[in-house]
Design a protein around this ligand. Structure first.
Ligand SMILES: NC(=O)c1ccc[n+]([C@@H]2O[C@H](COP(=O)([O-])OP(=O)(O)OC[C@H]3O[C@@H](n4cnc5c(N)ncnc54)[C@H](OP(=O)(O)O)[C@@H]3O)[C@@H](O)[C@H]2O)c1
Length: 250
């Protein structure tokens, strides 16, 4: 199938690209690096012959306003261009456990979900827990000098590769509306994940745990982002994933 991947270049998107290509799909990557800024231009031409779009775009900010503006603008482009091009299915990735956390980045993800639900394209919204790669994202975004500020968080992280396999499974099926959540096999604290990553990569940094203020920080600390008992569970633990990193060169 000809399948477009919005946000095909980074943390989860590069896995989605690889999984879809490995399964024999013809992939159309949509990201700024591929010449498509979804907050600006129309991408109808790029979507010619595309049956399904997987939306794994993201923006690196905690600002609800900035992230909402991003997701609403990107969704408008995906909906309008997808409808013009005759796309039959939009699969969008969101985050487990954010219901009622209408603040900061999670408020923007709820706005993203509403934009998908209110559009014309038949859709599937899949929510995943934080990726194992979230530890590296925390180091990249939260480091000041030798210190990595690490939000207090109790998570059930999942490998981005398994999220990608799930999204491609969904893209190969009919639109579901809301799909079952996907979480990882074990509970982890973010501070332990970050410290293990720093030890593994021999980065000379100190990780400090700090509670993030506001409802988003409260949600992270509460454990609610681990999802509910009926969620699907990934198989790869954080420590397995960390051990395998040097084999993948990731
Ligand atoms: N990280 C997690 O733990 C996690 C967990 C669950 C769900 N999610 C959700 O999964 C999605 C992807 O997360 P991620 O961590 O993989 O994000 P990421 O690493 O920041 O990647 C974002 C992707 O979006 C593309 N992008 C950004 N701005 C764009 C624009 N204006 N037009 C077109 N493409 C654009 C980027 O490519 P270019 O820079 O080339 O444009 C990149 O491919 C997000 O919606 C996030 O909320 C993340």
């Amino acid at each position: 199938m000809r399948m477009a991947i919005a946000g095909a270049t980074e943390t989860v998107g590069r896995h989605v690209h690889r999984v879809a290509a490995d399964r024999g799909h013809e992939v159309v990557p949509l990201s700024r690096r591929h010449g498509h800024d979804l907050t600006k231009g129309d991408v109808t031409d790029a979507l010619a012959g595309v049956k399904t779009i997987i939306d794994v775009t993201g923006i690196q900010t905690l600002s609800r306003r900035r992230a909402t503006t991003f997701f609403e603008a990107a969704s408008r482009t995906i909906q309008a261009s997808g409808t013009s091009a005759g796309v039959e299915h939009l699969v969008a990735l969101s985050i487990v456990g954010i219901d009622g956390v209408d603040a900061a980045y999670y408020g923007a993800k709820l706005a993203h979900e509403r934009a998908v639900e209110s559009g014309d394209l038949p859709f599937t919204i899949a929510r995943a827990a934080q990726f194992h790669e979230f530890a590296a994202q925390t180091v990249a975004r939260g480091s000041v000098g030798p210190v990595t500020m690490t939000p207090t968080a109790l998570l059930r992280p999942v490998a981005a590769r398994e999220v990608a396999e799930y999204l491609v499974d969904l893209a190969e099926s009919n639109p579901l509306g809301r799909a079952p959540d996907l979480v990882g096999p074990r509970d982890e604290t973010l501070i332990d994940m970050v410290r293990s990553l720093l030890a593994r990569t021999r980065l000379k940094r100190i990780a400090w745990e700090i509670p993030l203020p506001g409802p988003m920080g409260a949600a992270m600390a509460s454990g609610r982002l681990r999802g509910t008992a009926d969620a699907r569970r990934g198989r790869v633990t954080f420590s397995d994933w960390l051990r395998d990193q040097h084999h993948e060169g990731a």
